[in-house]
Design a protein around this ligand. Structure first.
Ligand code: MLC
Ligand code: AMP
Length: 508
């Protein structure tokens, strides 16, 4: 019985009804059962309390994916703490902002980074503790000695469960405040819409530091009472070997294009799969068609974002339209509006706006920014440009925000431009996304320079400050950047000029 607003209680209820069932099957073949999850999250929750983490305190976590890492997320919910996951490729420089802004009480990181992180002034009063890729380390050692029972902390539905940073157009990441209600409602909606049940085995190869792998995949599978083949990262050959044991897979479009390019990927390996789900970036209609030709499966595409969880989905039963992200999920309102916030007729493009119990509670300590992103009637302005067809299916056709999505990871050009512009000899730069056969979009830096620096010097400067996935896949030097009459850099002109930089033929 769910007795408070704590989302963990919903998972606990499922787990208690499955006293012997496996929850995770790991890369080494070992299994973690639902009861083991309950015991381990209890132990970890005790450790959190012992380390001084109180209700509402942030726990920042930058660790490799493992069963223990998933259990740490659940333990944070259980203990009423706020889970703050961080991409494992963030540099120390990037981490400073998260630590300063979120002021975590505890930072959990890989042992190889622990000393360096503890020495950062940005850490403030936070305690730093290690957890390694194998699920060992100081945190695990402390947990081993802790009690295996823990009374889950009662929470209000509106209380903060997780703080997930999403980059901003200004170059500063903003923390999206996600309540227990938002996470719970989205997980329950997805479980029901995609019919996740105890019979399901989800092939889970996504990172768990983002909404997709954490809330969409893990929460939905756990609420369904099924199990996950829980692997550290995506690898097409390993996916092909694992698919015959699975019933469902979730991934970003790059997973699907890489599968199609893998010789071991055939219809036979997919025959027990009931649904392939794609999201986080546009799935090209040609990938959808190729996938159907090879396997007979029509990939189910859905659409969401960190601030909202999932908003729309193509139906499990019924027509899945390629090139669309489907229909609004139950309980969620989706509209397409002009700049004034007035809905436009079907077929016309506009900004996608959403409202529902899935919405975040605003940006951490940024009330003004939060206010700018909401309409007076409570709809959230996503920054995506879309259009609704006559049947109510949503098509995402562009973005109003200056954002690149590469392999499902968001990259804000401003962050990269700031580093490049500071380099000697550089007049200014424009960072754009261009089509790429593997990543969907690739980062390209266009640099106007009086004395162009070496490409390697540009890359080295970027690597010093920024995570590897943000680095340009190509750099081009130009005499000057194109500008419109208002003096604004015309990134659309640059995108057109460099559209064929990475040949699209041969994709898939
Ligand atoms: C890694 N690299 C990338 C990259 N991932 N470059 C551009 N875009 C990416 N996405 C770079 C690394 O920096 C490194 O460069 C090199 O590629 C090899 O790194 P790797 O870790 O071995 O890469 P690989 O395993 O191939 O990873 C690619 C990937 C991964 C697509 C499998 O990025 C991935 O799992 N993406 C999923 C992201 C995700 O979960 N998104 C959901 C966000 S939530 P170098 O130079 O250092 O060698 C969201 C909401 C929603 O958007 O709707 O779901
Ligand atoms: P994030 O901030 O990482 O949560 O990324 C959210 C953004 O990813 C959305 O605002 C969209 O721009 C994009 N996105 C997610 N799913 C899809 C999809 N199926 N098709 C197109 N774009 C998507």
């Amino acid at each position: 019985m769910v007795s408070s607003g704590n989302f963990f209680e919903a998972i606990q209820t499922v787990a208690e009804a499955r006293p012997t069932m496996p929850l995770l099957e790991l890369a080494d073949g070992s299994v973690r059962t639902y009861p083991q999850m309950l015991e381990r999250t209890a132990q970890l929750a005790h450790v959190l309390q012992t380390l001084g983490v109180r209700t509402g305190d942030r726990v920042a976590v930058q660790v490799e994916k493992s069963a223990e890492a998933l259990f740490l997320y659940l333990a944070c919910l259980r203990a009423g703490a706020v889970f703050l996951p961080l991409n494992t490729s963030y540099t120390q420089h990037e981490l400073d902002h998260f630590f300063r802004d979120a002021e975590p009480a505890l930072i959990v990181c890989d042992p190889s980074n622990a000393d360096a992180i503890a020495a950062r002034p940005s850490v403030g009063l936070a305690r730093v503790i290690s957890l390694d890729a194998a699920g060992g380390g100081e945190l695990a050692d402390l947990a081993d000695d802790a009690d295996k029972d823990f009374p889950t902390i009662a929470m209000e539905p509106g209380d903060l469960a997780s703080l997930i940073y999403t980059s901003g157009t200004t170059g500063r990441a903003k923390g999206a405040m996600l309540s227990h209600r938002a996470i719970a409602s989205n997980a329950m909606t997805l479980r029901a819409s995609w019919s996740f049940s105890p019979d399901d085995v989800l092939l889970h190869m996504l990172p768990i530091y983002h909404v997709h792998g954490l809330f969409v995949a893990s929460n939905t599978a756990m609420l369904g009472g099924g199990r996950m083949i829980f692997l550290p990262k995506f690898d097409a050959e390993i996916a092909c070997a694992s698919l015959p044991k699975a019933t469902a897979m979730m991934g970003v479009p790059t997973f699907y294009t890489r599968l199609l390019a893998c010789p071991a990927f055939t219809a036979a390996v997919t025959q027990h799969i009931r649904v392939f789900i794609s999201g986080s970036a546009p799935l090209l209609a040609e990938t959808f068609s190729r996938f159907e030709e090879v396997t007979g499966h029509r990939i189910l595409e859905r659409y969401g974002m960190t601030e909202t969880g999932m908003n729309t989905s193509n139906p499990l039963e019924g027509v899945r339209k390629p090139g669309t992200v489907g229909l609004p999920l139950p309980g969620i309102s989706v509209r397409v509006c002009n700049e004034m916030g007035d809905p436009v007729p079907p077929g016309e493009p506009g900004t996608v706006e959403v409202m529902g119990p899935n919405l975040f509670g605003g940006y951490w300590r940024l009330p003004e920014k939060t206010g700018e992103e909401f309409r007076a009637d409570g709809f959230f302005i996503t920054g995506d440009i879309g259009r609704l067809d006559a049947d109510g299916y949503l098509e995402i056709i562009g973005r109003a925000k200056d954002l690149i999505i590469s392999g499902g990871l968001n990259i804000y050009p401003k962050e990269i431009e700031t580093v490049i512009d500071a380099l000697k000899g550089v007049t200014e730069s424009a960072v754009i996304g261009v089509p790429h056969p593997d990543f969907g979009e690739a980062v390209v830096a266009v640099i106007a320079a009086s004395e162009p620096p070496d490409e390697s010097a540009v890359q080295a400067a970027l690597r010093e400050d920024l995570a590897g996935f943000k680095l340009p896949k190509a750099i081009r030097f130009v005499p000057e950047l194109p500008r419109n009459a208002m003096g604004k850099v015309q990134k659309n002109v640059l995108r057109k000029a460099f559209a064929d930089l990475f040949t699209i033929s041969g994709a898939n």
